[in-house]
Design a protein around this ligand. Structure first.
Ligand code: HIF
Length: 281
């Protein structure tokens, strides 16, 4: 929005990414997960959910078990909201993911400001719209097609599991996907194709896949990207060509964080279901 210094906000977010007291020395991965979960509730048929509104501030959505652990990401961003009270949470959470990706060596993801926070919990999307990691390709497709993504975009987005780790107490899964989980590149795709993955129950009784030294993991949903032939084509391309992956990832993540954002003539997001706003469309 005119007059607001988004570069100053980005600089402050960049400063909080390195953090010796948090996971692998970085808040970056959990910031990326917050941006994605804030956006990934979108349903293209009804136009509900998505990043506009920052509805995860409301208990109905923050208490969806898929969002376990994201309170950390929201807390990391809170001092920045206090410093720049004019920025909406919905802009701040999506920008947090974008800045974190770049700070960890990933591509620049186009980001536009202007999202508007909802003022009550009237439009919180129902729980259960985010993916279930214990399932396979059909489930991933039904979740991401609902948001309007195709197979290529689904696989491109999946490269974000190059970042961070699973925490038993948050999701019931354990461990990182790659040896250096705070550096963004295409290692995830290379490992999917070239490491030996063995299915086994983790300490919480959930099935996941382990590398032979037991240090790395893949979720059942991750493995379906190589067992499903249509997904696998893209895994192979992204494993071979990092620049190609970065380009596709950047476009797909930019699309993800725009879900549910209907912009008016000046590019500002329209408040949800405002009859005046909708009549103007
Ligand atoms: Fe994740 N994801 N994700 N994810 N995710 C986890 C962690 C991260 C799925 C499940 C999980 C995407 C898609 C899917 C990140 C980013 C993205 C965890 C572990 C689970 C279980 C949570 C925990 O225990 O802390 C499933 C089933 C997905 C559909 C295939 C996106 C593409 C990969 C959209 C995406 O961007 C990030 C980053 C993390 C790491 C968070 C952390 O705290 O380190």
């Amino acid at each position: 929005m005119a007059g607001h210094d988004y570069e100053a906000v980005k600089a402050e977010i960049k400063k909080i990414v390195p953090n010796d007291e948090y996971d692998d020395g970085s808040t970056g991965p959990v910031l990326v997960r917050l941006a994605w979960h804030a956006s990934g509730t979108y349903d293209k048929e009804t136009g509900t959910g998505g990043s506009n509104g920052a509805t995860m501030r409301y208990k109905i959505e923050s208490s969806d078990s898929a969002n376990n652990g994201l309170e950390h990401a929201r807390k990391f961003l809170e001092p920045i909201k206090e410093k720049f009270p004019w920025i909406s949470y919905s802009d701040l959470w999506t920008l947090g993911g974008v800045v974190a990706i770049e700070a960890m060596g990933g591509p620049v993801v186009p980001w536009k400001p202007g999202r508007v926070d909802d003022v009550d919990d009237k439009y919180v999307p129902p729980n259960g719209r985010l993916p279930d990691a214990s399932q396979g390709a059909a489930h991933i497709r039904s979740i991401f097609y609902r948001m309007g993504f195709n197979d290529q975009e689904i696989v491109a987005l999946s490269g974000a599991h190059n970042l961070g780790r699973c925490h038993g107490d948050r999701s019931g899964f354990e461990g990182p996907w790659v040896p250096n989980p705070t550096r963004f590149n295409n290692t995830y795709f290379k490992l999917l194709l070239h490491a030996e993955w063995v299915k086994s129950k983790n300490s919480l009784g959930n099935e996941q896949f382990y590398s032979d030294d037991g240090e790395l993991m893949m979720l059942p949903t991750d493995m379906s990207l190589v067992t499903d032939p249509k997904f696998r084509v893209w895994v192979e391309k992204y494993a071979k060509d990092k620049d190609f992956f970065f380009n596709d990832f950047s476009a797909a993540f930019a699309k993800l964080i725009e879900l549910g954002v209907t912009r008016g003539p000046e590019g500002l997001a329209l408040r949800k279901y405002s009859t005046v706003a909708r009549a103007r469309l």
